[in-house]
Design a protein around this ligand. Structure first.
Ligand code: ATP
Ligand code: MG
Length: 414
């Protein structure tokens, strides 16, 4: 089953200088994957005619589909149009339909175009203009020897419109197969632990298995299979999912688009439980993740951001003496924070986090990344000690996810 080989070229000095984050490539890669395709290759090219030509010629040589984004506009640094025409041995000629469409657009918006706009009327004679629903310059579609080139503007909204309305439908018509995916999201086991539990991934073939670890969502396992477009749900994908699920069962938190926070909220809502948070080093990150989910008000009563010692004492009733004796980053203070938050909010469960996010703040006995997370419920309080080893941001994200996973685990055991 031959797979369409799709390649992407993103044009623009600003991408290579790190001034613009290349969200276009990310969008294109994602929307291809969502539609059962896969990007085989991508590259960045500067606004230099020769370089664009070179990239184009290499891509056209080896791929069925070449996608280009950027450099279609009217300014001197927009070289994609003439380079494409030159590459195909074509020439640019003014097209009345494009001129009229542009004039209509200017009139409708009531503005006088900047001088030089007419450059956009010049179009390769053998190409098809891709309608631009969100801007001026049309995209370029070249079709030759059963291969396609699609050039889109760099402006994200214009690129997205062309991908969705014009390019994806053509790709779907051309392709005979598609990738199908299943995800299994886990928490509480490392990549290597999961790999050990699953064993030889060869037994899943023709399904392939990928491990996707992250700071803020645990390890996601992704199963993928390339198969006929019209074959329904493939048995081998279902079998592989069963095998893997069985092997890692205790660690699964969902097998769909859900997040750990949405799973937690669902569960707490069902059981009629209320939550309070007491955050120090995470500074509200746990609350933000929970509040991101629509309907979180059903379970979240309040969150305290108690960054200073005074706040821990005043708002949560932590005793001055325990801070003096054990320090703000300690099992004792974490427990007192969780208990205090639970009692003062009159809720079922409270979670607290106190830690040293870094880069400063370490002492001889307490390194950067040291974090205590406590959970207080009906049956008392439990506290865990963690040592994270990342940057300030990574440590805070890890602490946030770990707190959520402790809560998830607590609900499971209840
Ligand atoms: P225009 O008609 O605006 O000149 P264009 O096709 O020439 O469109 P560019 O000049 O390359 O596109 O870029 C236009 C805008 O789109 C810029 O603001 C640029 O930062 C943004 N842009 C370009 N490429 C990308 C990309 N890969 N990801 C995100 N934004 C991008
Ligand atoms: Mg431009």
């Amino acid at each position: 089953l031959a797979e369409l080989k799709i390649e992407l070229i993103a044009v623009g000095d600003e991408l290579l200088m790190g001034l613009t984050l290349d969200t276009n490539s990310n969008f294109i890669a994602r929307s291809l994957a969502k539609n059962g395709f896969r990007l085989a290759q991508m590259r960045w090219v500067a606004d230099i005619g020769q370089n664009i030509h070179q990239a184009l010629s290499e891509a056209w040589e080896r791929s069925d589909i070449v996608l280009v984004t950027g450099g279609l506009g009217p300014t001197h640094d927009d070289l994609t149009r003439p380079v494409i025409a030159g590459f195909f041995g074509d020439r640019l000629e003014p097209r009345d339909d494009i001129r009229n469409a542009l004039l209509r657009r200017f009139e409708k918006r009531g503005f006088t175009p900047a001088p030089g706009w007419e450059v956009m009327v010049d179009f390769p004679t053998r190409a098809i203009p891709i309608p631009n629903g969100h801007g001026a310059a049309p995209g370029i579609h070249f079709s030759q020897d059963n291969r396609e080139l699609f050039a889109m503007p760099g402006v994200p909204g214009e690129m997205i419109g062309m991908m969705e309305d014009y390019i994806l439908p053509i790709l779907k018509k051309k392709s005979t197969g598609q990738y199908r995916y299943r995800v299994i999201k886990t928490v509480g086991a490392s990549e290597s632990q999961l790999a050990m539990l699953i064993g030889d991934p060869g037994k899943l073939l023709p399904v392939s298995l990928a491990f996707l670890p992250s700071n803020d969502n645990g390890v996601t396992l992704r199963l993928s299979l390339y198969s006929n477009t019209d074959s329904g749900e493939s048995n081998s994908l279902i079998t592989a999912e069963h095998l893997v699920s069985k092997a890692v069962e205790p660690y699964i938190y969902c097998k769909d688009e859900s997040t750990i926070e949405s799973v937690i909220i669902e569960r707490m809502r069902k059981e009629g439980l209320q939550l309070a948070l007491a955050e120090s080093c995470t500074g509200g990150m746990i609350a933000a993740r929970i509040v991101d989910v629509p309907g979180s008000s059903d379970i979240l009563n309040r969150g305290f951001v108690t960054y200073s010692n005074e706040a821990k004492c005043e708002l949560l009733g932590v005793s001055v003496s325990s801070i003096e004796q054990f320090g703000a980053v300690s099992a004792e203070v974490a427990s007192a924070m969780a208990t205090g938050a639970r009692e003062r909010s009159n809720v079922d469960i409270a979670i607290s986090v106190t830690g040293i996010a870094g880069p400063g703040g370490a002492t001889d006995t307490k390194p950067v990344g040291l974090t205590y997370i406590a959970i207080a419920g009906l049956k008392g309080v439990e506290v865990q000690r963690h040592l994270f080893a990342g940057s300030r941001e990574e440590n805070r994200k890890r602490a946030t996810f770990t707190a959520l996973s402790i809560l998830f685990d607590y609900l499971k055991r209840r």
